[in-house]
Design a protein around this ligand. Sequence first.
Ligand code: GLC
Length: 560
Amino acid sequence: MSTKTASTPDDTKDVSGANWWRQAAVYQIYPRSFSDSNGDGLGDIKGITAKVPYLESLGIDAVWLSPFYPSALADGGYDVDNYRDVDPKLGSLADFDEMTAALHAAGIKLIVDIVPNHSSDRHDWFREALASPKGSAARDRYIFREGKGKDGGLPPSDWESLFGGPAWERIIEPDGAPGQWYMHLFAKEQPDFNWDNPEVREDFLKTLRFWSDRGVDGFRIDVAHALTKDLSEPLPAKAELAAEDETTDGTHPFWDRDEVHEIYAEWRALFNEYNPPRTAVAEAWVHADRRGRYASPEGLGQAFNFDLLQAAFDAEQFREIIARNLAESQVTGASSTWVFSNHDVVRHATRYGLPKGPGRNGPAQAWLKSAGTEPALNRELGERRARAATLMMLALPGSAYLYQGEELGLHEVVEIPATDRQDPSFFRNPGVEIGRDGCRVPLPWTSEGIAFGFGDAAAHLPQPEWFSAYSVARQEMQPGSTLALYREALRLRGNLQTDELLKWLGGPHDSVLHFIRPNGWQSITNFGTGPVELAAGTVVLSSSPLTDGKLPADTTAWII
Ligand code: GLC
């Protein structure tokens, strides 16, 4: 992009060629919560097009769009009615083409989400399956089974859906009698496809071609590790399945089976018919040892690692994760991926403002549930650490995935009344799960107005008053704002978009994380409690102001 500095070597920063994705900064847009152009409270495609200048000013290389397909929103759009259309609530295919052209004109690539494990229960194929008899070709596209017990009234197994409750739902047969059960790993509105069925395979190839022909540059593959299943009888009981959803030998009945890669090899052949080849990144919550299979050049090509996202703000943990993933990238040939926030997890500004603890959401989830009674969140500390973590991440070799709103330092929104909540994990786990709505609240563009500039009507998830201070308009007037930091960091990152790895400076147990890239660019992060001396050189950017020339706690500096 034109804002990138000229010193980037041409052979490595290859935004127009086949390797554009390897070192890209990818910005995730959750379309319904980004920008509302028509005042219906829901973000839309035209809203995104209108914000292309903003995206350009951020200095990102690509946008990843979460699902924008027709959907009843049982799971925020991850319940797809039709894979080859735009939700009329969000616009039309013509709007999509206009948005793609505007992004491309700004030098920004476009990645779209593909949801192949399940459709919605309103998909034509599922309706046809319900209207067709047992054993029919229409039913075979999904996973139907007879129930157990008297009159088949019990589910075929005791498996649970990821959103809570049973993973099977009983249907009413066309003759009006209760009948078979279908499998859904997620909400009951998300029936799982049967990937042994050739029609399913053909149809997804058609979908990938449809969007590739429209100029989409790449795909993010939802739950990429779940497609192929071994559901031969007798189905194992829940207790017999691995306790974790991460097995290591490919024998789990539905997670991370080896055969899934046959599908991705076929997809890769299709992607490579295009010039430049279409890219893909797998969302695969699998054991680290098996992640490389998804990232293989014969497969999807890249896979998310959610290791940093699951770690505490801790130098040793960060260093170990970075070293391990960079070593792995040498084996797979893919570039590493880094991510701190997305639409499924508590925002990292909030996670880092809470007491340390393990897990994807760990103490954050506990705090969210008890919000109001345990004021444990230190907002300022969380933001400060989030800025430090992100600045460090942007100096790493690999692709950096950013989630809308993190460039504003946004916190998770806790104060969403139960009546406004939308996430199925909230409804399927009464009193247990708070759900993921708190990171999906529409962005504040201005400090005032009915929806803080998101649109001309109240936003579909209520925005809290404190959003005012985080708005784009406000931060554009503040030189040291989080937005200003992201813009400058992304601009300077043009110097770092090479596959060359890093060298660690300092020991593995230091509370300072210090590394140098081959061009002499250093990143140094202070995870300790007091200020530390900086390495010699010029500080080109720091995530918080230096104190007396020293690097204060919870701060990253870039030095050349
Ligand atoms: C992925 C998505 C998540 C969705 C789920 C089911 O994990 O990121 O938002 O609920 O898949 O499609």
